[in-house]
Design a protein around this ligand. Structure first.
Ligand code: AKG
Ligand code: FE2
Length: 293
C-alpha cells in the first residue's frame, strides 16, 4: 500500500518544512536544526517507551539478536547505546513515524522517499564522567554496504538539551571532506586525539554544539562528523538518533581496506532480492517514513 504521506501534513506543519535557503544551508554545512515540530505528548510517550525498553520489556522481537549495540541493565555505565529500538517498541515507532520527521528529511536530502535504516537510543546518566563522551564519527562510515551518499540522521532529544546536557556537536561542513571512510570513533571519548588526526589531514575544525528545545529535531548528513559531550546536568540525557535512507539507497557489496567483506546488522533482518542481496526496502525492517505525493 502506498500512502499519500503529503496529505498527512497539516498546512501549519507544511509551513514548518525547510525553505529553499534551509536546504541550501544543509547542502553547504551538512546539518540543520528544525523548529519545534513534535508535540510534547508524543515525546513523553516515547520516553515511557524508552523506560519500558530499558526495563527489558519488548513489544516485538527482532528476527536476530547480536551484531549490534544492545545495552542491558547488567552493562551499567554512564552511556547506553541501544540499536533498532523502534522495531521493538511501539511508542518509539510512533515517534519516528510522525510524518514531519521524514518530510523534513526528504526536503533536506532532496529525495522523493525516506525509509528507516535503523535507530539508536542514547542515554547518559546525570553528571556523567568523560567516558560518556560519544566520539567523532560519520554515520556513513558504519554503513559500508549502503550505496547512497545522500543518507542522513534525524536526532530527537526527549527534553530540552542545552550546552550542559550533552548536545550533539557537529563539525561544520565536514560532510564534504574526503577520506572519512574509517571515522568510526563513536566509542573513543578522546575528541582532541581524533581532531589532531583530522587537522593533520588538512581539515579545519569548527565545532558547533546544537542546543535544542524539546520538540526540535536536528538533522545531519551521513558524512558529517559529530560527537557529544558528557552530560554535565543533574538530569539524564536521552535522545533517539533515527538513521534514514533516501530513495536511491540500495545494498552494495563492500570490502574493507584489508580485503574483508563488510556487513551491517540490518542485512541479517531483512528479506532478500531475487539476486540474493539484502533488500534495503523491505517494509518490515525499513518502513517508508515519507513518500512524496
Ligand atoms: O546522541 C548521541 O550522543 C549520539 C547520536 C549520534 O551519533 C547520531 O545521532 O548519529
Ligand atoms: Fe552518529
Amino acid at each position: 500500500m502506498t500512502l499519500d504521506y503529503q496529505s498527512q501534513l497539516s498546512p501549519a506543519m507544511a509551513n514548518l518544512l525547510p525553505s529553499c535557503s534551509d536546504v541550501a544551508f544543509y547542502r553547504e554545512h551538512g546539518w540543520f536544526v528544525a523548529p519545534q515540530v513534535l508535540d510534547d505528548d508524543l515525546i513523553d510517550e516515547a520516553l515511557v517507551g524508552a523506560e519500558q525498553f530499558y526495563r527489558g520489556e519488548r513489544d516485538s522481537e527482532l528476527p536476530q539478536t547480536g551484531g549490534f549495540r544492545d545495552w542491558k541493565e547488567q552493562d551499567g555505565g554512564p552511556l547506553r547505546n541501544s540499536e533498532f529500538v523502534s522495531l521493538q517498541n511501539h511508542r518509539i515507532a510512533r515517534l519516528i513515524r510522525e510524518p514531519i520527521v521524514g518530510a523534513i528529511a526528504a526536503k533536506l536530502a532532496e529525495t522523493s522517499q525516506i525509509r528507516l535504516l535503523d535507530d539508536q537510543l542514547v542515554y547518559k546518566t546525570p553528571n556523567s564522567p568523560a567516558s560518556a563522551t560519544v566520539g567523532w564519527h560519520a554515520d556513513h562510515a558504519y554503513w559500508g554496504t549502503c550505496s547512497s551518499d545522500n543518507m542522513l540522521t534525524a536526532w530527537i532529544p526527549f527534553h530540552d538539551v542545552d550546552e550542559l546536557r550533552a548536545p550533539l556537536v557537529v563539525l561544520d561542513k565536514s560532510h564534504r571532506w574526503t577520506g572519512l571512510e574509517h571515522t568510526r570513533f563513536f566509542n573513543n571519548p578522546d575528541l582532541d586525539e581524533v581532531e589532531v588526526m583530522l587537522r593533520a589531514q588538512g581539515h579545519t575544525i569548527e565545532r558547533i554544539p546544537l542546543s535544542l528545545k524539546k520538540g526540535q529535531i536536528s538533522f545531519h548528513h551521513g558524512w558529517t562528523l559529530h560527537a557529544s559531550y558528557p552530560n554535565r546536568s543533574d538530569s539524564p540525557r536521552i535522545a533517539l538518533a533515527v538513521h534514514l535512507q533516501d530513495f536511491g539507497n540500495a545494498y552494495r557489496p563492500y570490502w574493507s581496506t584489508d580485503g574483508k567483506e563488510v556487513h551491517i546488522a540490518d542485512e541479517a533482518f531483512c528479506r532478500r532480492l531475487p539476486n540474493g542481496d539484502p533488500d534495503f526496502s523491505d517494509p518490515d525492517v525499513f518502513p517508508v517514513l515519507w513518500q512524496e505525493a
